[in-house]
Design a protein. Structure first.
Length: 337
């Protein structure tokens, strides 16, 4: 988006756009920071990012509800006035930062090419950006309650901590559809279970008038299993069969497939797979989810003294599910059975 477009509040044209940084932020943002962010980001591929005014702790979105039925009568003078009812949802933002400090002797040593292969100030900025980008992505998918972290850990934020929702736990707006992967054997351990799982997810989404195309996201465990599911006769893998699935109009059912470990609540306990299938936009072109940011991933270095420096990488935002019925989540795939 251009600088002028960033002033427009949603909805605008629901275009697939990326957040445009302000000049002040661009000047203080190292190129490596932006590169790290884009490499880790998955949610940004599929949902538009909207700017939220800086300093705001929450963002409100009004979602329209359907009107009552029309009057069935040939007397067109009869009136039964109605109005669009709107339900207002409040999405709280998560704020986080990663700080680092460099001593003078370390900085001087890192500038010596015979000692370090990369400057320590750049290295610290890059690693701090990785950490922020990693948890930013986790907040988008899982909300604030990630890695079994207590929601009341950050006391100064008060109620914010128990209201930052993610895409897969948008309970305030509504619950997501659920599906049982490969209902023939309650798992994805056999050839053909990949396409069957897509069909199971579709049966939930079609009921809510979401006909595709869909995005299919899975954890590394699921991807690793699907990659091994080969038909012994045709030698065609599940991944290939999933890409070849078509709808009633012979269009591809899947718009995209992707892999992320952020669907798992616990970072290392990946023994149970998880899959999410969703439609990016409604039939009238509105996104089913948007990503809000009041502070994009930004590097703010501060000079301490001639004896060293300190720096900070920060971010503040949240995901906002507008149509939870456009999502179908499977969380009970046991790949060890």
């Amino acid at each position: 988006m251009t600088g002028e477009e960033t002033q427009v509040r949603i909805p605008q044209s629901w275009l697939d756009a990326t957040y445009s940084l302000m000049p002040r932020e661009v000047e203080s943002l190292d190129r490596v920071v932006y590169g790290v962010l884009r490499n880790i980001a998955i949610a940004n591929k599929y949902f538009p990012t909207i700017p939220i005014k800086k300093g705001m702790r929450y963002h409100k979105i009004a979602v329209a509800q359907e009107l009552d039925e029309p009057i069935f009568s040939d007397d067109f003078m009869t009136e039964d006035n109605d109005e669009v009812k709107k339900t207002e949802y409040t999405f709280w933002l998560a704020a986080m930062h990663k700080d680092f400090r460099l001593k003078m002797i370390d900085i001087d040593s890192s500038h010596n090419n015979d000692y370090y292969n990369v400057k320590l100030d750049v290295l610290n900025i890059r690693e701090a950006s990785k950490t922020i980008s990693d948890y930013r992505e986790r907040v988008f998918w899982r909300g604030y309650d990630i890695l079994d972290k207590a929601r009341t850990a950050a006391h100064p934020q008060g109620l914010i901590d128990n209201k930052v929702l993610g895409i897969v736990n948008a309970t305030e707006v509504g619950t997501l559809n659920s599906f049982a992967a490969a209902t023939d054997n309650a798992g994805i351990n056999s050839a053909g279970d990949g396409p069957l799982s897509i069909g199971d997810a579709m049966s939930e989404l079609i009921t809510d008038l979401f006909y595709g195309p869909y995005v299919f996201i899975m954890t590394p465990d699921v991807y690793g299993q699907l990659a091994q599911n080969f038909n012994s006769t045709t030698h065609i893998s599940d991944i290939e069969r999933m890409w070849s699935m078509t709808d009633l109009h012979k269009n591809n059912i899947l718009e995209s497939m992707d892999v992320t470990h952020y669907l798992i609540k616990a970072a290392a306990a990946a023994d149970a797979g998880s899959m999410l299938m969703f439609q990016r936009k409604t039939p009238d072109g509105e996104p089913t989810c948007v990503l809000g940011e009041s502070y994009p991933v930004s590097h703010y270095p501060t000079q301490m003294s001639s004896l060293g420096t300190k720096g900070k990488v920060l971010w503040m935002g949240a995901s906002m599910v507008l149509r939870p019925t456009a999502f179908a989540l499977e969380t009970d795939v046991d790949l060890l059975a």
